[in-house]
Design a protein around this ligand. Structure first.
Ligand code: SF4
Length: 171
């Protein structure tokens, strides 16, 4: 990531997920601030800021795409992000909610909801990389706090992260 005259702006975005990977990030907030040396957490609704503004030097994306609205939203996140990293099995592979990909979504809707007609959802759960270009994938359920710190530190310093091969995808 090229040097800039402002603090690196970090965005943390949630799609269909259980929030567990974001909790890993919250769990290491002190280390994150130290590693990134005054990073600006510019968008992180689960923790602090929830107003979308401008562009983000690094975006961490949790969760999969399960609605038409989210399919549009991830396009905006990509446009606003210099570097986009997906975190966790939901974002990198579709998550447990991708079980719907092998079944009839209407069967689930009628079994779970009293009024399925009010539910707007896609018939599939797909990883973020099916929708936009992804710069790096960090796998896990949840992700490793240590690996997350390495990924954030590396991208903010303009180098590739060093993480175990089984937990990342560089494609
Ligand atoms: Fe939760 Fe696992 Fe998805 Fe992370 S990858 S959001 S821990 S279900």
């Amino acid at each position: 990531m090229p040097a800039t005259d402002h603090k690196p702006r970090l965005g943390v975005w949630k799609f269909a997920s259980c929030d567990g990977c974001q909790l890993s990030l919250l769990d290491c907030e002190d280390e994150l601030l130290r590693v990134a040396d005054a990073v600006e957490i510019a968008y992180f609704p689960e923790a602090t800021r929830s107003h979308i503004r401008g562009t983000y030097d690094l975006s961490l994306v949790e969760g999969s795409i399960t609605t038409a609205h989210d399919a549009e939203r991830i396009q905006e996140v990509r446009r606003r992000s210099r570097t986009l990293v997906t975190i966790g099995a939901c974002a990198t592979a579709g998550g447990i909610q991708a079980l719907r990909n092998f079944a009839d979504i209407d069967d689930f809707l009628t079994a779970v909801y009293a009024h399925p007609e009010y539910i707007e959802t896609l018939s599939t759960s797909t990883p973020i990389s099916d929708h936009v270009a992804v710069d790096f994938e960090l796998r896990g359920c949840p992700i490793s706090k240590t690996q997350l710190l390495e990924v954030v530190s590396a991208f903010l310093r303009g180098r590739r992260p060093v993480t175990p091969a089984h937990s990342v995808c560089l494609d």
